[in-house]
Write a protein that binds this ligand. Structure first.
Ligand SMILES: Nc1ncnc2c1ncn2[C@@H]1O[C@H](COP(=O)(O)OP(=O)(O)OP(=O)(O)O)[C@@H](O)[C@H]1O
Ligand SMILES: [Mg+2]
Length: 255
């Protein structure tokens, strides 16, 4: 049930399977879409359009009969659905058909990692969105075993995490999330908030290295302009040049 586009344009000779983002201009830029089974980071300032990219991505999947998961840390599901409906993405019929699931993850709940990874691995999801990774990446995680190294992510479990401040803080939770998404074999999009004018590609400064692809969104308030840039995309020949985009009813379009 996973319709994939054959690579076109710049990636014509490639055999990489591509998954459409649902944003026509972006799919053209990427030679058909995101490489299948990869993780793409979408970062940008508040109001930059990160969540709207997620709507496009999952709506495209749901329309094609794929199994989709939207993990949100920012908004309760009702607010998210009404914001999406306002823009023209009506997810309700797909929720009723159990084709898409929206799950609000409460950052204040201790079992947030277990809830998230259990859900990611509970179904054979084709597409997963995590919007956004920022509250998770800023949450201090203490590791009970000080011997655990960053690249030992495969051997640590949530039981190794602690809330005890006497244990050292590690950025292992980002690896933990990326590991769960990779294990799921879905094609995933995670978002990261960036302060206006930031020189980094994500708020935590790490996600961009863990992700297979990085798309940045930016706004120029003075000129009343928005831009989208593909900064990195595995197995893909693409331009780095920022592209002019517009947000209106129907979502993001390239201008
Ligand atoms: N119907 C609409 N018509 C035109 N522009 C819209 C419409 N709906 C939303 N927008 C624009 O999109 C922005 C919100 O986009 P989105 O929610 O994707 O941003 P975001 O990057 O996820 O922000 P945050 O970091 O706050 O979550 C609004 O600030 C507004 O500028
Ligand atoms: Mg958002």
């Amino acid at each position: 049930m996973l319709p994939l586009t054959k690579s076109i344009n710049a990636n014509e000779s490639s055999t990489i399977q591509r998954v459409k983002t649902g944003i026509t201009g972006l799919d053209d830029l990427l030679g058909g879409g995101l490489p299948k089974n990869t993780i793409t980071l979408v970062s940008g300032p508040p109001g930059g359009g990160k969540t709207i990219v997620c709507y496009h991505f999952l709506y495209e999947g749901a329309k094609n009969g794929e199994k989709c998961l939207f993990l949100t840390l920012d908004k309760k599901v009702e607010g998210l659905l009404s914001q999406a409906r306002e823009l023209g993405f009506d997810f309700q019929p797909f929720i009723e058909k159990a084709q898409i699931k929206f799950l609000f993850l409460n950052i204040n709940k201790k079992l947030i990692y277990e809830t998230m990874t259990n859900e990611i691995l509970s179904e054979r999801y084709d597409r997963i969105v995590l919007d956004s990774i920022t509250p998770l990446s800023e949450m201090p995680i203490y590791i009970k075993n000080p011997e655990v190294k960053t690249n030992d992510i495969n051997i640590i479990t949530p039981e190794d995490f602690s809330t005890d401040e006497n244990f050292p803080v590690r950025r292992l939770h980002l690896h933990y999330i990326v590991n769960a998404l990779e294990t799921s074999q879905a094609t995933s999009v995670i978002t990261s908030e960036l302060p206006f004018g930031s020189q980094f590609l994500s708020r935590d400064g790490i996600s961009e290295f863990l992700a297979d692809g990085v798309i940045t969104l930016s706004v120029d308030p003075t000129m009343d302009r928005r831009k989208l840039s593909v900064m990195k995309m595995r197995s893909t020949k693409h331009t780095l040049r920022p592209q002019d985009i517009k947000i209106s009813k129907g979502g993001i379009t390239f201008s």
